[in-house]
Design a binder for this molecule. Structure first.
Ligand SMILES: *Cc1c(COP(=O)(O)O)cnc(C)c1O
Length: 375
């Protein structure tokens, strides 16, 4: 094998189910129900079955998926929404859209997920200051592993807050064999192509526990539609999932459990391959990751990345600049004593190739390159 190893091998998956995907897409084209065709509802049913969620609503992308429960709950001016800073922009971006304020919370250095102790002190500090009303916690299943939901849900309950799981990277992950929806009021998913369950375009979904949340979100995602077509009960948005993407996702969902298993095996091979030389990912007790990313920490990141690139192995940095350090977000509050674990991780993390088809010579090339760079 020569040339550059792929960072995420979407081609291997496509080759595996090419015939099924082509048949599924052709059937949508023949039926002509491009918007809200029957595959969309079928996918919602499958997502419920897969995750145990009582409700599921497909939508246009994982960012809108975060917006929909906030809209349903009437979040707005004066509300504080507690979010990590070590995450993709969407997690915090949706909050100022509603004139609410993100409050940035630190991560646990071992898992990179929201630190429940720091969350609690951020809530207390917000209450003491009295300017904002604590309303929602958005935890992220970063790199595919579940956040500490038992503790986060207990804090949400103690302070009367709603809990969202931003599982854009983590759909399929479990903690003690339960999906995040067991603890969260809403779980948001992205089907962006590079996510563990990706379609061939943009797509997303929200899982919910309460029927009334589902009913409101369903209305919001089609312009605030009321009981009748062209009757509007509220100001909404256009955030439907295309029928073609739903049809593709139905095929991909059939092999998803298999792929999660393969990603876990690949992660074990990495740990065996270079765990003696570098800090490999730590998973919360009882947790099972879907390995959206395989992220390690190194001292000289630039040197490490250059060495891997020279050996034909691509790397990526998620995320080099935490959100609270970026100009549009720097105006919002951070929890007490700042975000030390976040800032430390941002300077050290680097992600390696990972997907459900990683193995054999391709993975060995990565392992050899990592060993070579570090020794
Ligand atoms: C990808 C991602 C999103 C947004 O998903 P889109 O479908 O791209 O809108 C939200 N949160 C996190 C943590 C993500 O990684």
């Amino acid at each position: 094998m020569s040339g550059m190893v792929p960072f995420i091998d979407l081609e291997a998956q496509r080759a595996r189910i090419q015939a099924e995907i082509e048949t599924a897409v052709a059937s949508v084209l023949r039926d002509g129900r491009y918007i809200l065709g029957p595959q969309v509802q079928e996918l919602e049913g499958q997502l419920k079955e897969f995750s145990g969620a009582p409700e599921a609503l497909a939508c246009a992308n994982g960012t809108d998926a975060l917006m929909l429960p906030l809209l349903a709950w009437g979040i707005g001016q004066g509300d504080a929404v507690f979010v990590p800073s070590f995450t993709f922009a969407s997690t915090a971006e949706v909050v100022p859209w509603l004139q609410a304020s993100p409050v940035f919370v630190d991560i646990e250095p071992s898992t990179y997920n929201m630190d429940p102790d720091h969350l609690e002190s951020a809530i207390e500090a917000t209450l003491a200051e009295g300017r904002l009303r604590p309303a929602v916690i958005i935890a992220v299943d970063l790199f595919g592993q579940p956040a500490n939901y038992p503790r986060l849900a207990a804090i949400a309950e103690k302070y009367g807050l709603r809990l969202i799981s931003d599982s854009a990277q983590g759909f399929g992950c479990t903690l003690d064999d339960k999906h995040p929806v067991h603890w969260a009021d809403a779980v948001t998913i992205s089907f962006y192509p590079a996510k563990p369950l990706g379609c061939y375009g943009d797509g997303g979904a929200v899982l919910a526990k309460a029927k009334e949340d589902y009913t409101l979100m369903k209305s919001f995602h089609v312009h605030g539609e009321g009981a009748e077509r062209y009757e509007y009960a509220r100001i909404g948005m256009n955030s439907r999932l295309d029928t073609i993407q739903a049809a593709i996702l139905l095929e991909k969902l059939k092999i998803f459990s298999d792929e999660i298993e393969a990603r876990n095996i690949a992660a074990l091979r990495y740990a065996d391959g270079f765990g003696d030389l570098v800090k490999t990912p730590q998973i919360i007790d009882g947790g099972r990751s879907v390995w959206a990313q395989y992220t390690i920490e190194v001292d000289d990141r630039d040197g490490f990345r250059k060495s891997l690139a020279d050996q034909g192995v691509p790397t990526a940095v998620y995320y080099p600049i935490p959100l609270h350090k970026q100009a549009p977000y720097a105006v919002y509050p951070v929890g007490p004593q700042g975000l030390n674990a976040t800032e430390n991780a941002a300077g050290r993390v680097v992600s390696l190739p990972m997907d459900g088809y990683l193995g054999g010579e391709r993975q060995q090339r990565v392992i050899d390159a990592v060993r070579n760079a570090l020794s």
